[in-house]
Design a protein around this ligand. Structure first.
Ligand code: NIG
Ligand code: FE
Length: 414
């Protein structure tokens, strides 16, 4: 048994009431101005004011003690939406977008997601693993301790399984906790361009059952967007996935208001992502359905689009989480500190709301709330040390990560 005591820390954490935080609750953070954490075998046994933790604690019970010298401690970040597993960057497309070519137009011409599919086809599994690991480790250094990673650059059974097995390997061979998502419905492959419904059937009849059999994905996600998958096609796929026991996510209303957020509410998905163009009516319906809005401000930044209405969503009682969306196309960013800053500065979230959005609500968005997302007894001792007095530094010190140490299960990992 390993018992570690961290004392004399300024600790900031959401408290988990058993549901995602919304409205006023989303702005509530517990502060222990001179706090301590007692971790046993990587899990938090006690956390609170130092005097309460130290009182009655026998010195012989503790194997390791660290005086944190007043440093600021927050939970490890949870990034609930990434496409970290890819084989090749698309810097050329970024330049094309800067020159005015729209993101969806690049896809329509066979580039975009489809060019990442070609790169995955041409890469060995080892190459794909090395690329993904490099990015996963970069995210870890910036404070991400739990990450969701999607497939979706395969679009055929073997390639999707190749991606999912790389994602499993990231989980085994890095300190990160990884949540795998199957996203076979990320784009319509070129050979199905004229008969997209056949591809929908292929996903439902072949891919979903095989992925389920192998037990290598927990979530199913889909890109519901003009020129990609319609609301009806999305409904069909998500319903089939639900029947097989997958948890559901949906890329909804990223560029056009197709009604993806409305479908999210109808199906009571765990989370709907992007939502830049979603209507107030559908967003409010999502809130009533209990679906979490996963907002991706670095994608708005990279696409030069107006940001999602994060402030309004919180005021409308929709639980809001933040994620990087890290991918080679619409948003090449693995940094939670960067999206934290964008959430505060460009979506008018408070520091407390952004902290909840990148920890506890993010954990709920990937069904890891019982393990991570807040520093409380029974959860993992996953925490970050910040260079600053409070979590405000994450937005204040722009362009810096502010994260100086990353601890996972009470072990320093970065
Ligand atoms: O969330 N929009 C769809 N999927 C990703 C982008 C994937 C890509 O361009 O490679 C997103 O933005
Ligand atoms: Fe995405």
């Amino acid at each position: 048994m390993t018992v570690k005591l961290y004392r004399n820390a300024r600790i900031f954490t959401p408290l988990d009431p058993g549901h995602p935080l919304r409205g006023k609750e989303q702005g509530e953070i517990k502060e222990y101005s001179r706090g301590a954490i007692l971790a046993v075998n990587g899990l938090i046994e006690k956390i609170g004011d130092e005097k309460d933790i130290l009182g009655g604690l026998s010195a012989s019970y503790v194997n390791e003690e660290r005086d944190m010298e007043g440093v600021c401690v927050i939970p490890g970040f949870v990034d609930p939406h990434t496409h970290l597993c890819f084989a090749k960057r698309r810097e050329d497309e970024f330049k094309m977008r800067l020159d005015g070519l729209p993101y969806l137009e690049i896809l329509k011409r066979g580039g975009g997601i489809l060019s990442s599919v070609k790169a995955v086809q041409n890469a060995t599994e080892e190459q794909l693993f090395c690329n993904t690991k490099k990015l996963a480790m970069a995210a870890l250094e910036k404070g991400t301790t739990t990450v969701e990673i999607k497939s979706g650059y395969g679009l055929d059974l073997d390639l999707e399984l190749k991606m999912l097995s790389v994602i499993q390997r990231i989980s085994r061979e890095t300190p990160l906790d990884v949540v795998p998502t199957f996203m076979g419905a990320h784009a319509v492959p070129t050979e199905y361009k004229e008969r997209p419904d056949d591809f929908v059937d292929l996903i439902i009849n072949e891919m979903l059952p095989k992925v389920k059999d192998q037990g290598i994905a927990e979530f199913c996600d889909i890109f519901c967007e003009e020129g990609v998958f319609s609301v009806d096609q999305s409904r069909k796929i998500l319903k089939a996935a639900k029947a097989l026991g997958f948890e559901l996510k949906i890329h909804a209303d990223e560029v056009h208001d197709l009604g993806g957020a409305g479908l999210a509410a109808e199906l009571k998905v765990r989370s709907a992502e992007h939502l830049l163009a979603a209507s107030e009516e559908n967003l409010r319906a999502m809130g009533r359905a209990g679906s979490i809005a996963v907002l991706l401000p670095a994608t708005a930044y990279s696409l030069k689009k107006p940001y999602a209405r994060g402030r309004d969503m919180i005021d409308w009682e929709v639980p809001v989480a933040l994620a990087t969306d890290c991918n080679p196309g619409s948003c090449f960013c693995e940094s939670v500190p960067f999206i934290f800053g964008l959430g505060v500065m460009n979506m008018n979230m408070t520091i407390e709301e952004a902290l909840v959005a990148s920890t506890l609500n993010a954990a709920y968005a990937i069904n890891r709330q019982h393990k991570v997302g807040s520093l409380e007894p029974g959860k993992q001792a996953d925490f970050l040390l910040l260079d600053g007095e409070t979590p405000t530094t994450l937005a204040y010190h722009a362009g810096s990560t502010s994260v100086v140490e990353v601890h996972k299960l009470a072990e320093r990992v970065a």
